[in-house]
Design a protein around this ligand. Structure first.
Ligand code: PHE
Length: 476
């Protein structure tokens, strides 16, 4: 074992850093979007199933691999299966780490821009146009009551298609991430997770209280709690699995990397459960912030990715037109929340790549982190430009942003997850895996048996079926 290796200093640090990786834009931006498209409660139920049966077992596999090998995502496979092709799973993960950090930071950069705008009060009182125009632009159904709405769609489109402005925000966001990662595990990742995660949880609870008291909020709550099974299509099911993997950060070796800093005493199963619970709770609570708010002004919930950047600022303005100060605080808190969530996740993406470069090429953490930041700035700029001047440039029919998003969420994550369950469930010695899960016999083996069934059978078969369903039509 590598005794000089950095580690998390406390159990709380382990949970908050891992939950920080999981809780991100995926929970607050992507989850409500998918719920809106997938028909509310029905999507949520399917999503819960995937978290429990597929994503959580993959998380456990990542923990077993990372903690036992104490190495970065590639090095871990090299150590546990020297000279075997399993290393491909690690390489895919690191590649995925670069891609995901690049496109994620673009959206995080938009978030930073909206945070600054809301702090300056510039989200309030923009020119009004009627709701039908907005809805047409968003592809959402216009409400019957003909409410007035502000022109955020135009502002959003103008911003994201601007050639340099979003790139500056992207760069600032990447530098923030860099700053934390370069400081190392205990002084960087653990310290800032301990600071940011409690803030994030407090803000979420405040906003939930806010939005639940809005007039008409009950419609939104109903949408979240009453399943309408007629809306469930095969795409919704595929979307729910993609969302479960993305939200728990599994399949790329991010948690292999984090768990390589866990101690011998860390309980893997308990930690995985805690992370899953926190992540799911935050996703559902975000739904409780967004849908009551959106329904309270009668906008349809299926607004797509523009939901938090176009629909919400509109809603803040409309709802709080009588109380601008409350609207100001609500909007600011919301974007700060989104920013904190994005940052704790981007740190973990950065760490997959930084740990690999620093260990594989035996170079210092700071230098490795600088390489990662620089490469992701270049790749991220390509993604950002694909909303503006490079709109026409496509690879396999997709712009850079979509291409990276697709490659990671539809391809690398499920494939990585599948390989990791096969590796832990079938390649590694069963006793070795049990020792890891029970901390060398300190915990009961019996209670681990159902988990082994999930890891060996349920998760790989489930992932394979869904993955093939998604991939095969692309080639037909
Ligand atoms: N889980 C993060 C989110 O929900 C995204 C993420 C993906 C983080 C992959 C790390 C690795 O936003």
């Amino acid at each position: 074992m590598n005794s000089g290796r950095a580690s998390f200093g406390s159990h709380l640090g382990v949970i908050l850093a891992s939950a920080g990786s999981a809780v991100g834009l995926g929970n607050i931006w992507r989850f409500p979007t998918e719920v809106g498209r997938g028909g509310g409660a029905a999507f949520i139920l399917i999503y819960f199933g995937f978290i429990l049966l597929l994503a959580m077992p993959v998380m456990l596999c990542e923990f077993v691999i990372g903690r036992s090998a104490r190495s970065n995502a590639v090095g871990a496979f090299q150590k546990l299966s020297p000279g075997k092709p399993w290393i491909a799973a690690g390489i895919m993960g690191v590649l995925g780490g670069f891609l995901v950090l690049s496109f994620y930071s673009v959206v995080a950069g938009w978030t930073l821009h909206y945070t600054v705008q809301s702090a300056l009060g510039q989200l309030q009182g923009q020119q009004t146009t009627d709701l039908h125009a907005l809805s047409a632009c968003l592809g959402a159904k216009a409400s019957e009551n003909g409410l007035q709405s502000t022109d955020f769609a135009q502002a959003f489109n103008a911003f994201v298609s601007n050639p340099w402005q979003p790139i500056i925000y992207l760069a600032v966001f990447l530098l923030l991430t860099h700053f934390v990662v370069a400081r190392g595990i205990q002084h960087g990742i653990e310290r800032y997770s301990k600071l940011m995660m409690p803030m994030l949880l407090v803000i979420i609870l405040l906003l939930v209280c806010f939005s639940m008291t809005m007039p008409g909020a009950i419609e939104g709550i109903r949408f979240l709690l009453q399943p309408s099974l007629s809306e469930v299509t095969p795409e919704v099911i595929l979307g729910a699995m993609g969302q479960a993997f993305f939200s728990l950060s599994v399949g790329l070796g991010c948690l292999v990397t984090y768990s390589s800093y866990f101690s011998e005493e860390t309980r893997l199963v308990k930690s995985a459960m805690n992370v899953c619970i926190i992540d799911t709770l935050v996703a559902v609570l975000s739904g409780f912030i967004i849908f009551p708010t959106v329904f309270s002004v009668g906008i349809a919930p299926d607004a797509g990715p523009g939901l938090v950047f176009i629909t919400l600022p509109n809603v803040f303005n409309l709802t709080f037109s009588e109380m601008p100060l409350v609207g100001y605080v609500f909007a600011l808190l919301f974007y700060v929340l989104l920013l904190l969530a994005a940052l704790t996740s981007s740190i973990s993406m950065h760490e997959i790549c930084t740990a690999f470069i620093s260990e594989h090429f035996q170079t210092g953490r700071r230098r490795a982190a600088a390489v990662v930041t620089f490469v992701c700035l270049l790749l991220g700029a390509c993604c950002s430009l694909s909303f503006g001047p490079w709109k026409e440039i496509t690879v396999f029919g997709r712009g850079f942003f979509d291409l990276f998003d697709f490659t990671v969420t539809k391809f690398l994550m499920p494939l990585g997850g599948l390989l990791m369950t096969l590796f832990v469930g079938w390649y590694l010695d069963r006793r070795f895996v049990e020792q890891q899960l029970t901390n060398n016999g300190a915990l009961s083996v019996r209670s681990m048996r159902p988990l082994l069934v999930l890891i060996r059978w349920v998760a790989p078969i489930g992932i394979l079926v869904i993955f093939l369903n998604e991939i095969i039509p692309l080639f037909l």
